[in-house]
Design a protein around this ligand. Structure first.
Ligand SMILES: [Zn+2]
Length: 314
């Protein structure tokens, strides 16, 4: 099957570039490398600037800017390999120029430090998606690992979601508390994503989404990206078939239109067996084809569902 490419909705590679000086043209420094992205047919990679938790990375806006700087230095170093995506047509432009589209995101709304003005400035700096929380509480909402009674969106969080809708930024609910998820669903005027979250019924980890969340996300034309972190895939040593199990479950529960990829490469210490980095995508695609998924559906999972979502947002 040739008619596909992969959109990966989450990696933390920018952190490796900023903190460890990782270079993407060689192996061994980061899970995401340029040869790996090419081998895995990744046509668009989201690059997250991971900000948080506060007690480690304060002041958070400063940390965010440091990572955004590292992202742009990365693009400067490999101008022939990457093309930054700011608007939807840039995705096709990258394809035509045989470059990898790159989409800048921030993971952790702590970066806003409670100020809407910072959201607007981040948009102007090229940020096109924001993961509202990391695992803990911030000015926007509670994260999923907050040990207090889990709250939903704050008043400021409501303002942030509305402003993101207006600006054309993708709202990402991975890491968000369950209540926060439903609050976002109620107020967001645009479809949203859980860029790197799996199915809780398959692997009972608090970072995964419950059935009702998945059904609602699908109904609202959102996307959830399959996360390759072994602890989110299965309780045992994970491999390609564990990723397939999540896909199969979600497809049966809510249809294939909600499924995408969000590897979490470079944010995860271990990867599933056979998937050292994006070069492993071919193996997943082949496995789906072996299971007699229609090519059209495999194409949706690989890139089509994200394209539908981004067309609406960007
Ligand atoms: Zn994450």
């Amino acid at each position: 099957m040739d008619s596909y490419y992969v959109i990966d909705g989450h990696c933390d590679t920018v952190m490796k570039v900023a903190d460890q000086g990782a270079q993407l043209d060689r192996t061994g420094q980061s899970q995401v490398t340029i040869p790996g992205l090419k081998e895995g047919k990744v046509g668009l990679q989201f690059f997250a600037a991971w900000v948080g938790p506060k007690n480690r990375y304060s002041p958070c806006l400063q940390r965010g800017l440091q990572l955004i700087d590292a992202y742009y230095r990365l693009l400067d170093r490999y101008p022939e390999d990457f093309l930054p995506v700011y608007r939807y047509p840039d995705i096709n432009k990258a394809r035509e120029q045989h470059r990898i589209g790159s989409l800048l995101t921030v993971e952790g709304g702590d970066v806003l430090e409670g100020e809407l003005v910072n959201l607007r400035i981040l948009y102007r700096l090229g940020v096109r998606a924001l993961t509202l929380t990391w695992n803990f509480r911030n000015e926007i909402a509670d994260g999923v690992m907050e040990d207090q009674a889990l709250g939903g969106l704050s008043g400021f969080g409501h303002e942030v979601v509305r402003e993101m809708n207006r600006l054309g930024m993708l709202v990402d609910v991975s890491h968000l508390s369950e209540r926060g998820f439903y609050d976002v669903m109620e107020i967001s005027g645009k479809p949203i994503a859980a860029t790197h979250s799996n199915a809780w019924s398959v692997c009972r980890h608090p970072r995964n989404l419950k059935d009702d969340q998945i059904r609602l996300l699908a109904k609202r034309k959102g996307v959830m990206g399959m996360n390759f972190y072994p602890s989110f895939l299965s309780s045992e040593r994970a491999g390609i078939l564990d990723i397939i199990r999540h896909i199969e479950y979600i497809a049966a529960l809510a249809g294939v239109d909600v499924i995408g990829f969000g590897s979490d490469f470079d944010g995860i210490g271990e990867t599933p067996e056979g998937i050292p980095g994006p070069e492993g995508y071919g193996g997943i695609i082949n496995e789906l084809l072996k299971l007699n998924y229609r090519e059209e559906d495999v194409q949706k999972i690989a890139c089509g569902n994200y394209l539908r979502l981004l067309r609406e947002i960007l």
